[in-house]
Unconditional design. Sequence first.
Length: 170
Amino acid sequence: MSSFQKFFPTKSFLKQVIGAGALASTSSCLSQTFIEKADHIDYRRVLNFGLVTMAIVGPIQYHWFRFLSRMMQGENLRTGVKRMIVDQIIAAPIITTIFLFNVQLMESKSINTSINKTRNVWAPVMANNYKLWPFVQLINMSVVPLEYRIVFLQFVGLFWNCYISYMTTK
């Protein structure tokens, strides 16, 4: 963990959410380039993806992880399993819905269009969420220090966010 700590030497809220936004923007570029094979990068979409993560998802995750750590103290596998279960039952569907809706809304879609698009992609996104994120969150909440949990998720999320970026434009 020491090389990771050297790269991200701070516990600051601001650095964590800015880092999360930057990684989310990167995943949008990767999705457009390698999955969608777009002729050009839609920079507005890249910006929107990063802003929603930085302004909404990152802060929610920051406070959520601190809340879970206060409610379920200890850094061991048993506590990690408890946190992961609570996270996947409560936070995963809520954060996914908030993220999908806001990305659609920032793409200049109406509220009704954003709601409908979110409804259309939510079930497949959540089904795939439960194939990946419980395992990732178990590691995150058992092994990764609290101050690095958002950044850890965003690194793993580079690939996940490529998928989400693709799903929000289908």
